[in-house]
Design a protein around this ligand. Sequence first.
Ligand code: TIU
Length: 222
Amino acid sequence: MDTANIAAEPYPFEFKPDKCALLIIDMQRDFLEPGGFGEMLGNDVSQLRRTIEPNKRLLDAWRAAGLQVMHTREGHRPDLSDLPPAKKVRGKSEKTIGDEGPMGRILIRGEAGHDIIPELYPLPDEPVIDKPGKGAFFATDLQAILQNRGIQQLVVTGVTTEVCVNTTVREANDRGYECLVPEDCVGSYFPIFQEMGLNMIKAQGGIFGWVTTSGEIIAAVG
Ligand code: TIU
């Protein structure tokens, strides 16, 4: 597929389809589903659920074009050996990571709540990066996979905008990847963080990357 310019802020993104992967961050049941860990903490999951349909449309178009897709999940080993004690106690919640939650042990690999929502479930040939931190590069093999596949650009979607999406975009930026973020495919529990999280990416001439919409990307891959 040919290079194309995608309308974006702060200026058009020079899209190189064969060198660009769609990286879907942490669209996990515990963050998005009613009754999950996110809602149990008092968060409004509808703020995240509005990203499901746009992500589905983008994922369908991306797959149909034969481009590369990767998924991440935030979570830990069942024995908690990769869970920093400082992360375990953070939030002072009654239940924390590793405890029995509404959909199995909270953010533990292999548990139902840790898995990706059925609407966006990975295909067998799409890498799933299990990450113990907020950023997708920390303590994972993501960079090795991107390098081996010749990837230079990332379309980053998922949740939450100001936490795992922003952390991953910043990590990717420092490693030389160009990041494009479709605003309707990222979500925050907090509307003000959604707006500011996107502003922080595109400010100062695109300090961390570009912001667009899924429609613009779909038109380019369509
Ligand atoms: N995936 C991700 O963003 N993990 C979080 O913990 N996000 C919150 O906003 N809490």
